[in-house]
Design a protein. Structure first.
Length: 303
């Protein structure tokens, strides 16, 4: 049986309002209040407080100012770029060439992929295992509104499910990374199924939902892994194209570049494992992807 093995190495100008007010001396007041001729609905809609263009522009300006302040607070080089709206038509996800297993298409097995097919300059941040539970990381990502996907292993998260419930409550997706993070190709089909389905049951009990996305530990899998995953309700098995650490990046591709739709991996790690914190790790990630013109999008919006 073919085994696929990965390396295991541990991003206010107010619009003009056509208003004619009776007294020129009241022109300024008229602009602020949205004064208009009697019966003019369009002027009322354009006025502040009525949800018109002026309100929208003001909200955008206020949000940008808030994000700029957050970027300064977390010592980023600049404000992270905002991702585009999710695609109206989701891209077709298939297994990356060379990452298929026997029976991949015939059995409709979950595809293993490293990049989502898109021309948009977006990347997807994924974070594995759950060992480090840094509250500053949660604050940073909430302040900056950066989406990410967590792949959780129960033996590392069971001491504090509440940390990940808070993460989930802020809109981030929690996915399956097995019960104990084993080398799956070394296990039987039934053992692999226990690891994956067992984690599905725990996630449904603790977080209210069994996910449809699964990442095999170390990126290593075989046909039994994907068959077991499918039997547990898994539809996708993304791995990664780049990995970011506190002090460096690692790349799957020889060009050592980011590409539209790339999945980026990092880990829940802190000073006990790295020469820095998760906040330091995210600062490196966000500075690079922003500098290169990429926004961070939500992976599940493209699946």
């Amino acid at each position: 049986m073919r085994v696929v093995v990965q390396n295991d190495k541990s991003r206010a100008l107010i619009p003009k309002v056509a208003l004619r007010c009776a007294a020129a001396a009241l022109a300024t007041t008229a602009l602020v209040s949205g004064c208009s001729a009697p019966g003019s609905d369009s002027a009322a809609r354009s006025a502040p407080g009525h949800g018109g263009p002026a309100d929208q522009q003001a909200r955008l300006a206020a949000e940008h100012a808030r994000l700029a302040a957050a970027a300064r607070h977390w010592n980023l080089d600049t404000v992270p770029l905002r991702p585009p709206a999710p695609p109206a038509v989701k891209p077709k996800i298939t297994a990356r060439a060379g990452f298929e297993v026997e029976g991949q298409e015939e059995e409709n097995l979950p595809p293993v992929f490293t990049t989502v097919p898109t021309r948009r300059k977006v990347v997807f941040l994924t974070i594995d295992d759950g060992a480090e539970k840094d509250p500053a990381f949660l604050r940073m990502m909430s302040d900056l509104k950066i989406p990410y996907t967590a792949f959780l292993s129960n033996y590392l998260v069971k001491d504090d499910y509440g940390y990940f419930r808070r993460m989930q409550s802020e809109g981030h997706t929690l996915n399956n990374h097995t019960l104990t993070h084993p080398y799956l190709p070394g296990l039987s089909y039934e053992e692999q199924k226990d690891e994956i389905c067992g984690m599905q049951a725990i996630m449904k009990r603790q977080f209210g939902k069994a996910p449809t996305v699964f990442r095999p530990p170390y990126g290593n899998y075989n046909g039994d892994t994907l068959r077991a995953a499918k039997s547990c309700g898994i539809k996708y098995a993304p791995i990664w194209d780049e990995e970011v650490f506190v002090d460096h990046w690692e790349y799957r591709e020889d060009d050592r570049n980011l590409h539209p739709g790339d999945i980026v991996l990092t880990h829940f790690r802190g000073r006990s494992d790295w020469d820095g914190t998760m906040v330091d790790d995210m600062r490196r990630f966000l500075n690079k992807v922003t500098r290169e013109g990429y926004a961070v999008a939500r992976l599940e919006d493209y699946l």
